[in-house]
Write a protein that binds this ligand. Structure first.
Ligand SMILES: C[S@@+](CC[C@H](N)C(=O)[O-])C[C@H]1O[C@@H](n2cnc3c(N)ncnc32)[C@H](O)[C@@H]1O
Ligand code: SF4
Ligand code: SF4
Length: 485
């Protein structure tokens, strides 16, 4: 048989399958396994599976035989995904989705497994525009740098795990346009988004990835970048997330197993990184995000950095501050005049709307202090000292029943928005433990109750940013669709 991968939906075929004449099923399976071996998503392969099935009627039985004989765990997963794709192309997409969903918790950070689930979901609901990524252009890898301790990412590392390089060892310009950075950008141009965790990305899940035309209309830079399929960029990142220091006053179980504070040697290494790479990088950036890794007010490095980013030296820079809120008192705020009137957004993570849940999920926090500090942040927003104030809520079994109350709390505290996101497994949970916490997974015993909670009208309040939970939040339109189906 002959199979042509990628011509219809994806402009750049990533394999040489076209040149293969008269493949046997065994050879086709070898070829598909070699494509999947990079463990990235391959929507062009998923789209070509029906062609394989047409040309190779024995493909399913050959896959089943291969699965029975295969002892390598990694290859077994690849074969299971292929079985699901072949089954889907034979008309059984919902059943295949049900069968591979249990892999989701075990491989919660795998772009390949999550991409395969996303593809099967798209076959079950083809009209939902969030699945039409080939028509869309995510700007993040063209404007964002997330600097972790030993890796640097072109989006939040929680959804785009592949590193573009290490700022500890290279200048930012080298990392920004590294080979890997360019491959990641190419995956946006070619519509495969193969590096992205498609089920975890809030932009994808909330249908918030702009079309090519929408993004191109933003500026000449975007129009030229899109038209020329540029992967090497002449300007640096506009938004820089500093996430290298994990020092924090809390130890939330979702984030770490114990309290962490950088020692003196590590702090000195961060200082050098800041002087050599971060400060020059921030000279050309528009927004600095402090921080996605620890707490800005608990970290000596971040405190010093925030103090040093004065409006005189960094006139165009604005702050995005993310904190657990415990240290955000009026006295602390007064110590950081650089933030006053220059904070584009202040995010306070709460993960609860009641004291007991908050103190369980935010280990080390005290709810009465949080209530005071959240109200103080509301006053800062009202006075215009911060532009936007957002409460952040990471959804899990222990707190999903408090989501509606969190919306009320956000109003009471004077927040402009409340952002909900799924709990992911950052390695602090075993697979079973994560499964127990991941109430948004359909196989979870409380999932039906979770869906019931998602009907809470407060979750349709305009201040709600539903992120990667949007698909669960009830809407009249969805109800009508379900009834019609
Ligand atoms: C790591 S914290 C860093 C900033 C600050 N310390 C805070 O808590 O807001 C950034 C965000 O990650 C969220 N988070 C923690 N563990 C998570 C997990 N396992 N999956 C998804 N988000 C998580 C937190 O709730 C918080 O909103
Ligand atoms: S699609 Fe999502 S994960 Fe991918 S780069 Fe954009 S925001 Fe990041
Ligand atoms: S407050 Fe933020 S950084 Fe600190 S442990 Fe909790 S989630 Fe992690």
């Amino acid at each position: 048989m002959q199979v042509n991968i990628g011509q219809a939906d994806f402009e750049e075929p990533t394999t040489e399958i076209e040149s293969q004449d008269e493949l046997e099923s065994g050879e086709a399976i070898d070829l598909m396994l070699s494509i999947l071996s990079d463990q990235l998503d391959h929507p062009e392969l998923w789209a070509a599976i029906p062609q394989f099935v047409d040309g190779l009627p024995d493909l399913m039985s050959a896959l089943e035989a291969r699965l029975a004989a295969e002892s390598n765990e990694r290859d077994r997963i690849f074969i299971l995904l292929l079985v699901a794709m072949v089954g889907a192309s034979l008309g059984h997409a919902p059943l295949m989705l049900e069968q591979i969903r249990p892999l989701s918790a075990r491989f919660s950070q795998s772009p390949l497994v999550q991409g395969a689930i996303f593809h099967l979901e798209s076959l079950c609901d083809p009209d939902d525009p969030k699945y039409h990524l080939a028509e869309r252009f995510c700007p993040n890898p063209f404007m964002q740098f997330d600097v972790l301790e030993n890796s640097t990412h072109l989006c939040c590392a929680s959804y785009l795990l592949t590193s573009a390089g290490n700022l500890k060892e290279a200048d930012w310009e080298q990392v920004w346009n590294s080979d890997r950075a360019q491959q990641i950008r190419e995956s946006i141009h070619d519509g495969s988004y193969r590096y992205c965790n498609k089920t975890a990305c809030p932009r994808i899940q909330s249908g918030n990835v702009p079309t090519h035309a929408e993004q191109a209309s933003q500026s000449d830079f975007w129009r030229e970048t899109i038209e020329n399929r540029a992967t090497s960029l002449p300007v640096g990142p506009q938004r820089v997330n500093l996430a290298y220091d994990r020092t924090c006053n809390l130890s939330c179980p979702s984030c770490r197993v114990e309290r962490y504070a950088a020692d003196e040697a590590t702090r000195s290494a961060y200082d050098q990184l800041q002087k050599r790479a971060i400060l020059p990088l921030l000279k050309q950036a528009q927004v600095v995000f402090i921080t996605g890794s620890g707490d800005p007010f608990a970290s000596k490095n971040f405190r010093r950095l925030m103090e040093s980013l004065t409006p005189d030296e960094y006139p165009d820079l604005r702050f995005q501050v993310m904190t657990n809120g415990m240290l955000l008192t009026p006295a602390q705020w007064a110590q950081f005049p650089t933030l006053h009137g220059r904070t584009k957004i202040l995010k306070i993570s709460i993960d609860a709307a009641t004291g007991p849940t908050h103190e369980r999920l935010r280990r080390g926090a005290r709810w009465p202090v949080m209530l005071e500090n959240m109200a103080f942040a509301g006053r800062l927003a009202a006075e215009g000292l911060i532009e936007n104030y957002e409460l952040v809520f990471t959804v899990q079994t222990d707190n999903y029943r408090e989501m509606g109350d969190a919306v009320d709390l956000a109003h009471r505290m004077g927040a402009n928005s409340v952002f909900f996101a799924r709990l992911t497994n950052w390695g602090t949970f075993g697979v079973e433990e994560y499964r127990e916490k991941a109430v948004f997974l359909p196989e979870h015993p409380d999932h039906q109750d979770f869906l019931q909670q998602m009907r809470d009208p407060r979750l349709r309040d305009p201040i709600v940013l539903p992120g990667d939970l949007k698909a669960f939040i009830w809407s009249e339109g969805r109800e009508k669709e379900a009834a019609a189906a």
